[in-house]
Design a protein around this ligand. Structure first.
Ligand SMILES: [Zn+2]
Length: 370
């Protein structure tokens, strides 16, 4: 017993070429075979195919006659339909299109394929695909009295067999061409089940019931925001404490300037508040405060007003450090910041800041760490 499975069909020079792979045994020329269509697969494809005709009709009703088909792809799982329209479809338009298609499905209109000559088809007002070449005899697919298109595809016998139609995606393919993706029949059921599983999963994770899900998610987001605020306030408090106390103790003396180079926890905001306190509450103080997290460096430089007047610039310090840290910086002469992607060179960046301060005030004055 030999068996062969067909995967695809294409048309070439008037012949239909089926291709696939042997699953069992061998075939000989002249052998008699029984061919069977996979009914579930065929029906799923037919549902999606018939739905593209309904979709085309609905789009022209909602958007206007310019919404012409410019391509489509139908499989057992889904359908894809490209059409001309200058703008994105809004949610209301998509809903209207979906409603029209589903109304036509519920009306259960007959779907009838008729062979006729191309000129007869044109007279009957059938829509042909632009750019497609047709033979002398064509198949016109009619649905009710509202859709008539040239089509050789596999179809439902009536629209009711489509079951249900649901748009899953609307996007742009090219200028003036939009794409709608959709599912039908069991595909909609499958999607619905997946959504319900997702919602069930989220409910379990958030420890709530489905009817309370939105309220619970809102509550949790509120809690997270409040906690974030608390953490930030706490970090700033610590940064300010540091700035008013232990950081000054670490200062190194360069001429009459106290220079503070330190690595702290926190991010830009906390570094900035520490640097701000240092520069405002003191004279003859310059600092470069840095922190590292997830492979990045944040650095804030600050200079007290009297030193700015004497020509020292926090911005120049930040820019020089950023160049070494493989990043960028910005700010003012009294307060600036830099970010960088190379934390391993932080000490080098500090050295550069030290050099700048020395250049301004050091002369050959003694330099030592406190
Ligand atoms: Zn068709």
């Amino acid at each position: 017993d030999a068996r062969f499975r067909f995967d695809s069909v294409r048309r070439e020079k008037g012949f239909f070429l089926h291709s696939g792979r042997g699953e069992q045994g061998r075939f000989e020329a002249g052998q008699q075979v029984a061919c069977r269509v996979d009914r579930d697969f065929r029906m799923a494809t037919a549902r999606n195919h018939t739905a593209t005709h309904l979709l085309h009709h609905a789009l022209r009703r909602v958007l206007g006659q310019h919404a012409k088909q410019s391509g489509s792809h139908v499989s057992a799982e889904r359908l894809r339909f490209d059409f001309s329209n200058p703008t994105e479809l809004g949610p209301d338009q998509l809903r209207e299109v979906e409603d029209i298609v589903n109304a036509k499905i519920l009306e259960n209109d007959p779907v009838i394929g008729t062979q006729m000559s191309l000129s007869e088809a044109r007279e009957a007002g059938a829509i042909a695909l632009f750019g497609e070449t047709y033979g002398d005899i064509v198949r016109v697919l009619s649905i009710g009295d509202y859709s008539r298109e040239l089509c050789g595809g596999t179809h439902c016998e009536s629209t009711g067999q489509v079951g249900l139609f649901r748009i899953t995606h609307e996007s742009s393919v090219a200028g003036g061409v939009r794409r709608i993706e959709a599912v039908t029949g069991l595909g909609v059921l499958e999607r619905l089940r997946r959504r319900e599983e997702q919602i069930g999963h989220v409910c379990r994770v958030l420890r709530t019931q489905e009817q309370d899900l939105e309220r619970r998610a809102g509550e949790l987001l509120g809690e997270i925001r409040a906690l974030e605020r608390e953490v930030q306030q706490e970090r700033q408090r610590v940064a300010q404490q540091l700035a008013s106390g232990s950081l000054l103790d670490q200062a190194e003396q360069i001429g009459d300037v106290r220079l503070i180079l330190a690595v702290l926890g926190g991010r830009h905001a906390e570094l900035r508040s520490a640097a701000d306190v240092l520069r405002k509450d003191n004279e003859r103080v310059a600092c470069a405060l840095a922190s590292t997290h997830s492979g990045k460096v944040a650095l804030v430089t600050a200079v007290s007003g009297d030193l700015v007047a004497r020509g020292l610039s926090a911005l120049r310090m930040a820019t020089a450090a950023a160049a070494i840290l493989d990043g960028g910086g910005g700010g003012r002469d009294d307060l600036a910041q830099a970010g960088g992607a190379d934390p391993s060179r932080l000490e080098e960046a500090f050295d550069e800041v030290r050099r700048l301060v020395r250049e301004n005030f050091g002369g050959d004055a003694a330099t030592n760490r406190a």
